[in-house]
Design a protein around this ligand. Structure first.
Ligand SMILES: [Zn+2]
Length: 95
């Protein structure tokens, strides 16, 4: 999904800053493979949103055959598609 042509805002409640990172996990059912987005985060909210994504992922029930990777942090750059987003393992805690 291409990025919208306006600034993407941080998804933390009440946060007015633009998002710089995407918290997402790769999901697959064996046939389709997609990046499941949990949150869009500014640098300040990233640790909190990343922790929340981990909790959501832990609560997620998967059907047989489904695979959901641990959430990771991706750089958000306008115009890029999910597949070319650069993963930033240095910003994640665990995963
Ligand atoms: Zn924020």
């Amino acid at each position: 999904m291409p990025m919208p042509p306006y600034p993407v805002m941080c998804t933390a409640p009440g946060c007015p800053r633009p998002a710089a990172f995407k918290v997402a996990a790769r999901w697959s059912d064996g046939q389709t493979d997609e990046l499941k987005t949990y949150a869009l985060a500014c640098p300040e909210c990233l640790p909190r949103l990343f922790a929340a994504a981990g909790a959501k992922r832990a609560a997620c029930r998967l059907a047989p055959g489904e695979v959901l990777d641990a959430p990771g942090v991706y750089e958000l750059s306008r115009g890029d598609r999910d597949k070319v987003l650069k993963r930033r393992p240095d910003l994640g805690v665990g995963g």
